[in-house]
Design a protein around this ligand. Sequence first.
Ligand SMILES: Cc1cc2nc3c(=O)[nH]c(=O)nc-3n(C[C@H](O)[C@H](O)[C@H](O)COP(=O)(O)O)c2cc1C
Length: 239
Amino acid sequence: MAKNILFNYFEMNCVGHQSPGLWKYPSDRSSEYKDIEYWTDLAKILERGFFTAIFIADVIGYYDVYENSLSKSLEDGVQIPVNDPIQLAGPIAQVTKHLGIGITASTSFEHPYPFARRIATADHLTKGRVGWNIVTSYLESGARNIGLEGLKSHDERYEVAKEYLEVIYKLLEGSWEDDAVLRDKQKGIFADPKKVHAINHEGKYFKVPGVGLTEPSPQRTPVLFQAGSSVAGIDFASK
Ligand SMILES: Cc1cc2nc3c(=O)[nH]c(=O)nc-3n(C[C@H](O)[C@H](O)[C@H](O)COP(=O)(O)O)c2cc1C
């Protein structure tokens, strides 16, 4: 039986994702990561090459542990500076037809309510081609810079992630019914209030009483994936 091989392109919105220093190579273009053309050119090449998806890694925080300093990371451009991955989804979708666009977002830094809107917006703009690499993060520097003492423990970060996903499901799957948006110009009714529901979420980590901000996007919930291999990580992923 013929087997299919699927190609996925792993990138990050910075120079030298997993290959620090490669930006010095004469024909390297990764320092153009700030230019929209860098991403649209790359997306077109991947689509032409029948890649299934582009997957864009991300971290909130930076590597400041080596010699107790951030200097080496800055000197070598080691995942800093780093731009926001989700903003690439729209431009990549615009120049491609079938390439999947996986973006990374952490459950440890941002409340699920604004994130639900951002990922749903990306799903709308890509017409249902966005995926979410769910990470719980590992950089203490990120936690400190949002005013925390540090990251929660490894396993508790996965507990937070579970509740985070509960909120996301409630907002994206449960708040707006499929036919909530009427766009009835005659009656002057855009959306039917009876079909937009408050999620009334009250958990250990998050409280979200109201309705989602976005109307249903093509996938509602994007393709979800996560790469943890610990017991807690596998338990979370399988759920
Ligand atoms: C292919 C791959 C991609 C990953 N991408 C990211 C990433 O973009 N951002 C991040 O914070 N962690 C990333 N990770 C780390 C994992 O999400 C996870 O935090 C790590 O594997 C530790 O989890 P564990 O203790 O459950 O094994 C990645 C891991 C793998 C294997």
